[in-house]
Design a protein around this ligand. Sequence first.
Ligand code: HEC
Ligand code: HEC
Length: 214
Amino acid sequence: MKNRRAIFLFTGLLVSIFSARVVADETVDELIRDMIHIEQNEQAHQAAIVQGEERGILCFSCHGRDGNSKRDYIPNLASQNAAYLFTQFEHFANGIRKDYVMSKLAKQLTDKERVAIALYFADKEVKPRQQPVAPSDQGKQLYDSMCFACHGQSAHGSREYPRIAGQPYEYLETTLLNFLSKNPERAQSPMVAVVQNLTEQQLKDVASYVAHMP
Ligand code: HEC
Ligand code: HEC
């Protein structure tokens, strides 16, 4: 009986995801709600992870099979919150965020593939990596006074905010300096307002602290 109910639930979830492409006004919020339902159903979650691994092949050469990026200018996707990953694909696809490769790739994935790939990478662990700079005390002070409110005490993020702990230093530095200079590739990010009164040095310090957070 219990089993049947699980299968019923599972099928219902799959149907809602499969039909996402067909329903024209299916919003990103609805897709994220569907994704959270899948995450809460063990069987559906496992099935999505398997599918995400198949579809994610396109991503592994840069972001790593286990979501730990292969180059310091590329972000880890491992342990990133799934809703954030999904929203960022959406931003690359609709031009809110721009990157030469990512903007092209994001347009080629269906909604269902984006959901599965986001769940796949969210399920992976971040590995410690060699960072080119030492952690900075000033960076810690800034983090604890300003960043923790959204990204959390340990920088693991939440459903609303991205995880930033353990990202490659180079990615963090470039990204934060882009927010400061209002680089058009990411000028619509709420982070532009957050960093506007900080200096380049403060951003480098906080990047070095966050890069070393486990
Ligand atoms: C050729 C290398 C390359 C490939 C292949 C690639 N990416 Fe990326 N990806 C990048 C780079 C570089 C960035 C950072 C862009 C920026 O600075 O905004 C990025 C950023 C992202 C982000 C935003 C992460 C964050 O922390 O904000 C997501 C999500 C993402 N990629 C998902 C994918 C997925 C899913 C695939 C496979 C379908 C993929 N990428 C394939 C290079 C790549
Ligand atoms: C008011 C909430 C808030 C505060 C405070 C905040 N952030 Fe953010 N941060 C966000 C949000 C929301 C995003 C996702 C933005 C997007 O979609 O571009 C983000 C994204 C980022 C990113 C990019 C993540 C990625 O994977 O590309 C970095 C790096 C970052 N924040 C660092 C910091 C640092 C360092 C501080 C403290 C100086 C800080 N944030 C303070 C809300 C906040």
